[in-house]
Write a protein that binds this ligand. Structure first.
Ligand SMILES: NC(=O)c1ccc[n+]([C@@H]2O[C@H](COP(=O)([O-])OP(=O)(O)OC[C@H]3O[C@@H](n4cnc5c(N)ncnc54)[C@H](O)[C@@H]3O)[C@@H](O)[C@H]2O)c1
Length: 330
């Protein structure tokens, strides 16, 4: 089977491409390199022995998509290509709606034109917004609190409407929790642009000496150690969830991909120090507006219906994150 991976040189797309190739799928990548580098497809080749063809271009470019679907007999798409910064999405909503939502419409039109009706889509736990449900199940209320989350919910709506208009479509929406870690080879991983908004890239930049300390934003939450709790998932486990989703594509499916347990900021810092032997200087800072105390997945639906469960430990998440970052920042 041949899979079109949009955003395939990005963080999650590259790890998923590796897992696809290792599982015997063929992969074709389209990426505009707005947040990644062309060398990633060679790195995928070094890991798997198979370098996937990379089309450098935009999913908004329907002529290019037309060309790809004409040149390859694509069986399904996995759609990662999107912009993902919450603060930038608030500052420039038109950019985000255009890139993420219009880009998705463009992809769906091209797929429809070429009779390809199988898709796995990268959604996000941000679609849930603020919720007191813990753990968060797929039927929790949907109420994104920022423009990025709005684009994700809109794209989910596009896919669900498409399915209801034509049940020949098979659509799986995957709501990711907090991916961290990297491939154990150290060849691919997460490269944050500018000041990282997420915890692990910030920690690795402190470890690499690029930042003086980590600000722990919020130490008075109602959690065991007062710091925020999130469901961190190893990116390789997450990538493997996409293989299971492809194998089980049938009708409209919606699944959380998380470990089902939360770790606090302090637990992550301690685990990172233990895994790497590097001390992370921390300073306490006020809460960030809009942050929740505690947020983790009910992943039982994906466990039961996709036969998927996470295997990697927190130690591996930290050690693998650092192995990649160390090589990248040296
Ligand atoms: N990383 C996370 O914490 C997280 C959490 C939940 C959901 N997601 C979603 O998962 C997907 C992948 O995230 P990631 O962390 O790998 O991000 P990433 O930025 O590393 O990868 C996205 C890739 O898409 C490309 N891209 C963006 N817009 C494009 C366009 N219009 N045409 C072609 N290529 C385009 C970028 O160059 C990049 O390589 C995104 O849809 C993101 O919203 C990510």
């Amino acid at each position: 089977m041949k899979i079109l991976v949009t955003g395939g040189t990005g963080y999650i797309g590259s790890h998923t491409s590796v897992e696809l190739l290792n599982s015997g799928y063929e992969v074709v990548i389209i990426d505009n390199l707005s947040n990644s580098d062309a060398s990633v497809s060679d790195r995928i080749g070094r890991i798997t022995g198979k370098t996937p063809p990379l089309y450098i271009g935009d999913v908004l470019d329907e002529a290019l998509l037309d060309q790809i679907f004409s040149e390859h007999k694509i069986d399904a798409a996995i759609h990662f290509a999107a912009l993902k910064s919450v603060p930038v999405s608030m500052a420039d909503p038109l950019l985000y709606y255009h890139n993420n939502v219009t880009g998705t419409l463009s992809l769906c039109r091209a797929m429809k034109k070429h009779g390809v009706k199988n898709i796995v889509f990268s959604s996000s736990a941000t679609v849930y917004g603020i919720s007191d449900d813990r753990p968060i199940g797929e039927d929790a209320p949907l109420s994104p609190k920022n423009v990025y989350g709005n684009t994700k919910l809109m794209m989910e709506t596009v896919f669900s409407d498409l399915y209801h208009s034509d049940p020949e479509w098979n659509v799986t929406l995957l709501r990711y929790f907090n991916p961290i870690g990297a491939h154990e080879s150290g060849l691919i991983g997460e490269v944050p642009e500018g000041i990282p908004g997420n915890l692990m890239p910030y920690i690795t930049q402190v470890a690499a000496g690029l930042r003086p300390h980590l600000n722990i934003t919020g130490t008075d939450y109602d959690t065991p150690d007062g710091t925020g709790v999130r469901d961190y998932i190893h990116v390789v486990d997450l990538a493997r969830g996409h293989i299971k989703a492809l194998q089980n594509l049938s009708g409209l499916g919606i699944y959380n991909l998380g470990t089902g347990r939360g770790y606090s900021v302090r637990e992550i810092v301690n685990a990172f120090e233990e895994a790497t032997g590097i001390k992370i200087a921390c300073e306490e800072a006020p809460r960030r507006p809009g942050d929740l105390a505690c947020y983790f997945a009910d992943a039982s639906k994906a466990n039961a219906m996709l036969g998927w469960r996470t295997e990697k430990t927190l130690h591996e998440m930290c050690a693998d994150s650092w192995r990649f970052a160390k090589g990248y920042y040296k």
